[in-house]
Design a protein around this ligand. Structure first.
Ligand code: ZN
Length: 503
């Protein structure tokens, strides 16, 4: 076996170990008995340690050393351009993992596993003081991680680079500032418009079994292969993949929020189409892996917002939805329903936010995280900073820490640097969709007939099959011919909401 073949073989083992761990985590969030958490944490930690050991051990190191200089990643073997890229990306994963001592990986897994349980309890009890010591420990771990990995620009960038390779906080700041400049006045004009979009329509009683049934119909239409995946219920919706032939999603059902299950089903399906659409011949390698968290979010949000909240989509589905819920929707016109699902309103909770104000929640977190990681802001000052930023960005002040600084799970698993990718997904997907509209004639007519095959296959070719052959910045430029800016996204938001709110 030549070194590249050997590498592919060994990396498959790493990914299969990770898949086994992910399957245990999937079970934990869906079917595991409540009392089984402690042993499950041990099982997951064991598999995570094994996959880490295999990645940094001799089985991967030896063939990799025949192809690159292990210290700086320079390719030494004579390889094709494609192979060069592959080996570079493998080295990046290897180098990052090898920089972290085994003891650190173990400690990190144990502390974050415990912290997630404490966070859930502390949030329920609205007791930030209970969570604070755990958060302090996690931040200490992040500082150590940054030391192991090394700092190129700022400490925060070292963490951001894991989620959005190649992007720095200076890039993010430039994009977010451009969004903020137009979004803040837009949200204010919407609030001042006095238009009532009739959102209470969505808060009536909606039978959850019928919500589920409707969602499955949409999943099938979108082309999610239920022979290679499944949907279950969980408290927090997520997508998990063990291989392109086993990609699972979850949703949550709320009888008094019609949009909650439907939008999460479509969102997770967008993630799942990305995972199912990858090239399984390269499984285990970076060519069968997502480019970045932001690109992953671009796929989920493209379907959730640009398709699932669009008027063409509901021209097809609204008559069907009316048949599911005749008592609530039978006498409501499509236009009224369309306005209701596109209500823009500042709110406290990120996951319930509309597609416009959502981005302000992310900017706030980006600011706060930079202060924690770069300026070493003490944990006890976090609630106050959070509440002040909420007032500054959204004009409302949280009534509790549970609805403020403690609302997200991310910090409890050490996910500093993760949040910006949610808003980046929004910025990536609008120029993508604009380009799809140019290349696929009559795309909106297709959507209005519930036909998604052309769009799905276009995304598969342009994004899913690419794997990590390209960075996020390169991908956007390949697709659109232009560098990423905030303009397409803000043009989209302004056009859409000026019409809905008659601004
Ligand atoms: Zn997502």
């Amino acid at each position: 076996m030549n070194p590249l073949e050997k590498l592919k073989h060994e990396l498959k083992t790493v990914l299969n170990l990770r898949g086994a761990s992910a399957l245990l985590q999937w079970d934990q969030e869906t079917y595991m008995p409540d009392g089984s958490g402690a042993i499950r944490s041990e099982q997951i930690a064991l598999l995570d340690t094994l996959s880490h050991e295999h990645l940094v051990g001799p089985a991967v190191k030896a063939p990799l050393a025949e192809l690159v200089n292990l210290d700086n990643g320079e390719v030494t073997a004579g390889l094709s351009e494609d192979e060069n890229r592959l080996v570079n990306e493998i080295w990046r994963d290897y180098h990052r993992a090898a920089a972290l001592p085994k003891e650190f990986v173990e400690e990190y897994s144990q502390i974050t596993s415990m912290a997630q349980q404490v966070w859930a309890q502390a949030r329920k009890e609205n007791d930030f003081a209970k969570f604070a010591p755990h958060l302090e420990k996690i931040i200490e771990l992040k500082f150590r991680e940054i030391d192991y990995l090394g700092v190129k620009t700022t400490p925060y960038d070292t963490l951001l680079d894991f989620f959005e390779p190649g992007m720095t906080s200076a890039d993010v700041t430039r994009l977010f500032d451009a969004v903020k400049e137009r979004l803040v006045p837009l949200v204010r004009r919407i609030a001042d418009s006095g238009v009532n979009t009739g959102v209470e329509l969505l808060r009536k009683d909606y039978d959850v079994d019928r919500q589920w049934e409707f969602g499955v119909q949409v999943l099938n239409d979108m082309g999610y292969d239920l022979n290679l995946g499944r949907q279950d219920k969980s408290a927090h919706p997520f997508t998990t993949s063990f291989h392109p032939t086993d990609v699972r999603i979850t949703t949550r059902l709320n009888p008094n929020n019609l949009l909650s299950a439907l939008s999460s089903t479509i969102h997770e399906c967008g993630h799942a189409l990305y995972e199912q659409g990858m090239d399984k011949d390269w499984f285990g390698t970076p060519f069968c892996d997502a480019i970045s968290y932001g690109i992953h979010e671009s796929q989920s949000r493209l379907w959730e917002n640009l398709v699932g909240l669009s008027r063409p989509f509901w021209e097809h589905y609204y008559p069907k939805l009316q048949k599911f819920f005749p008592e609530n929707l039978g006498n409501v016109e499509l236009d009224a329903f369309y306005r209701a699902i596109n209500t823009v309103e500042p709110s406290l909770i990120r996951v319930d936010a509309d597609e416009a104000t959502y981005n302000l929640h992310i900017m706030l977190r980006f600011e706060v995280e930079k202060q924690v990681i770069n300026d070493k802001l003490p944990v006890k000052e976090l609630p106050e900073l959070w509440n002040n930023k909420m007032e500054e960005y959204l004009g409302i002040r949280p009534d509790s820490d549970a609805n403020g600084v403690m609302q997200d799970v991310h910090w409890s698993f050490g996910g500093f640097g993760y949040f910006p990718t949610y808003a980046l997904g929004n910025l990536y997907n609008v120029p993508m969709m604009n380009q799809a509209r140019e290349e696929l004639k009559g795309l909106d007519d297709q959507i209005a007939r519930g036909k998604f095959a052309d769009l799905r296959e276009w995304l598969r070719t342009k994004v899913h099959l690419v794997g990590r052959r390209r960075t996020a910045a390169e991908l956007i430029e390949d697709i659109t011919g232009e560098k990423l800016t905030a303009e397409p996204f803000m043009d989209y938001l302004e056009n859409k909401y000026q019409a809905i709110y008659q601004l």
